[in-house]
Design a protein around this ligand. Structure first.
Ligand SMILES: NC(=O)c1ccc[n+]([C@@H]2O[C@H](COP(=O)([O-])OP(=O)(O)OC[C@H]3O[C@@H](n4cnc5c(N)ncnc54)[C@H](O)[C@@H]3O)[C@@H](O)[C@H]2O)c1
Length: 250
């Protein structure tokens, strides 16, 4: 019996990196997990690895920017596991993203980026909330970033939006006993980060951290599990930095 026995969680962007860590941590605590991603091969691998470790998981191809796909994901959770209680909105265009400026990024790329990184979180909540309300409530964690507080162009702008979405949705969904919080990680050592963020920028960030190392996906897990658990039952609309102290300017 784990902390989330009898509960069903959707984790988006769970085919690798931080989302994979989140999905495996929830499954290890007894949750039944829907691994939702556009990367079918890696998503199926994560679900299989959870099952091999004795947990329960299915993979569902999910494009969070597509309302029909988001709805199908929520339907799959209930069809497979009988209820939907928890949503982790982690998916984003991050690994391999275009590095450009707000004033020059091609408009169709910008629109696609926002449709995934910001609107995708809202679409998943729209797809899930009534199913959570039907079982008496639930909890949602949105993945933000300390990029929301730093210069980081359209990537950070989407995360500012995520922070606002978290606060607005907490207000709209509180009456249905659904809590909505966000985690804002500092620099986390994932393959996506290694291949996307120039090393000089990462090194500069780490040098300025009070805790002088990159974060690891497992550094975020404690906060995720806490926010999804009943221990956090009177916490909603908050953005929690898990960032080695990056919020302190030096
Ligand atoms: N790594 C970091 O330093 C860091 C720091 C702060 C916040 N974050 C955030 O954490 C999350 C995960 O980051 P990561 O480092 O693991 O990166 P990642 O690129 O490995 O993870 C993103 C996942 O989202 C999936 N995805 C992309 N588009 C999708 C779509 N339309 N529908 C569904 N899934 C889609 C990708 O396939 C991938 O599995 C992201 O939201 C990112 O912005 C990362």
């Amino acid at each position: 019996m784990g902390r989330f026995s009898g509960r069903t969680a959707i984790v988006t962007g769970a085919a690798g990196g931080i989302g994979e860590e989140y999905a495996k941590a929830l499954a290890a605590e007894g949750a039944k997990v829907v691994v939702a991603d556009v990367n079918d091969e890696q998503g199926a691998r994560v679900a299989q690895e959870i099952a091999a470790a004795g947990g329960e998981a299915v993979y569902q191809h999910t494009d969070v920017s597509d309302p029909a796909s988001a709805n199908a994901c929520a339907e799959r959770a209930v069809a497979e596991f009988g209820s939907l209680d928890l949503l982790v909105n982690n998916a984003a265009i991050f690994g391999g993203m275009k590095l450009d400026f707000l004033i020059t990024v091609p408009w169709d790329y910008y629109e696609k980026f926002m449709s995934v990184n910001l609107n995708g979180q809202l679409l998943m909540v729209r797809a899930c909330w009534e199913k959570m309300a039907a079982v008496g409530g639930g909890a949602i964690v949105n993945q933000s970033s300390t990029a929301a507080w730093l210069y980081s162009g359209f990537y950070g702008l989407a995360k500012v939006g995520v922070n606002g979405l978290t606060q607005q949705l907490a207000t709209e969904l509180g009456g249905s006993n659904i809590r909505v919080n966000a985690i804002a990680p500092g620099p986390i050592d994932t393959e996506a980060n290694r291949t996307t963020t120039p090393q000089s920028i990462v090194q500069d960030m780490v040098d300025k951290l009070p805790l002088k190392r990159m974060g690891r996906p497992e550094d975020l897990v404690g906060m995720l599990l806490f926010l999804l658990s009943d221990e956090a039952s009177w916490i909603t609309g908050q953005i929690f930095n898990v960032d080695g102290g990056q919020i302190i300017r030096s």
